[in-house]
Design a protein around this ligand. Structure first.
Ligand code: UDP
Length: 359
């Protein structure tokens, strides 16, 4: 098996598969996320591997990055005689891995297949569609994801519904209640008495007015707002002269995964534009206000989350959840996660074994 990835969320969600395949799985990391806070900090918690290839793709811009990554992955694939190539999600790196496998006529597995926002302004939407159509096995997290694939005429023999590996990734990394209390104490926080926010999507941070509006909304929320600052967001804040808007927030560096989960598990509400966090709230049983114009993860809407455009609805919807923090905690604790029971990794491995027995 060759697992191709290049960003923080891929490393996090592929960790259970890395553990499963052990030394039978090589990992190819393109370097799309190269910043220490998004890469080294996350890699430090991964299972060690002797076959970890760092490609150091540094090209700027999506086209150049894609081209460089395809060539670099292709070089590595030469060293593996008959690998099955596996990619996860919807990044440029995942697309590069898919196309490199396709160019060598190697079997391709797409983990987290069938997500659709139907928003063609998102590069990720194009990546997902392209990868699903070249994949030989689409591992769809949910029944809805499977229906999305069938609606695009992807044959059912190519699809397996597996759940999402985020469930087992999270369970393996979530600190105990005692350790979570230590994480909070170190930052002067109290359970259910703060909000956790993350914002990093280009649609929110590449436009000065939109970013300013979001930061202003966060600054006016009625509880302390903990804000791990994504490097992309940090650069935009500097470039647009918005540093003053960070003053009311408790700004942190991007956190290691276990520390971030501790903060998320104990927050009253989470405000985020992240894809992965939309899934994680359903395992942590926390509510999320999703700041996006569209989502490819509608499974949580109306249960664990609500979608709002950047602007005043951030405050309005957060206030709804803050109205009864204990009550929502109790109610959400009884809802199952739409992303499965923590056996996605086993189902994915079984589906691979069934289709490519020599992998
Ligand atoms: N995350 C983390 N530290 C942080 C912020 C997020 O470990 O300071 C984790 C989060 O729990 C989730 C993943 O990073 O698993 C989400 O990554 P990101 O939001 O960058 O990407 P997306 O999911 O939107 O593709």
């Amino acid at each position: 098996m060759v697992l191709v990835c290049g960003t923080r969320p891929e490393l996090i969600k592929l960790a259970p598969l890395m553990r499963h395949f052990g030394e039978n799985g090589a990992i190819v990391y393109t370097g799309q996320h190269y910043d220490d806070s998004l890469y080294s900090r996350i890699r430090a918690d991964l299972p060690p591997s002797k076959q970890f290839h760092e490609l150091g793709v540094t090209a700027a811009g999506r086209g150049a990055q894609l081209g460089e990554a395809i060539s670099a992955v292709d070089e590595v694939l030469k060293a593996y005689p008959h690998p099955v190539v596996l990619v996860q999600g919807d990044t440029t790196s995942a697309l590069a891995g898919a196309l490199a496998a396709n160019a060598r006529a190697l079997p391709l597995v797409h983990v987290e297949a069938g997500l659709r926002s139907h928003d063609r302004a998102m590069p990720e939407e194009h990546n997902r569609v392209l990868i699903d159509h070249v994949a030989d096995l689409c591992c769809a997290p949910t029944a809805l994801n499977r229906l999305n694939l069938l609606a695009e005429n992807i044959p059912s023999e190519r699809i397996a519904v597996t759940g999402n590996t985020v469930v087992e990734a999270l369970r393996a990394a979530l600190p105990s209640a005692g350790d979570r209390a230590d994480v909070l104490a170190a930052r002067g926080l109290h359970r259910d008495e703060y909000i956790l926010a993350t914002i990093h999507r280009p649609e929110n941070v590449d436009d000065p007015e939109r970013l300013a509006e979001i930061l202003r909304e966060l600054g006016e929320l009625p509880l302390p707002v903990v804000f791990p600052l994504h490097p992309r967001t940090g650069k935009s804040v500097e470039r647009f002269g918005l540093t003053g808007l960070l003053k009311p927030l408790l700004v942190l560096e991007p956190q290691a995964y276990p520390a971030f989960l501790a903060l998320a598990a104990e927050a009253a509400v989470i405000v985020s534009d992240s894809g992965g966090i939309q899934e994680e709230v359903s395992v942590l049983k926390r509510p999320v206000v999703v700041v996006r114009r569209s989502t490819e993860r509608p499974e949580i809407s109306g249960l664990f989350g609500v979608l709002v455009p950047p602007g005043p609805l951030i405050g309005v919807e957060t206030a709804v959840w803050l109205n009864d923090v204990a009550g929502h905690r109790e109610r959400l604790s009884r809802l199952p996660s739409p992303y499965g029971d923590g056996a996605a990794c086993r189902r994915i491995a079984d589906a691979i074994e069934a289709r490519f027995p020599l992998a």
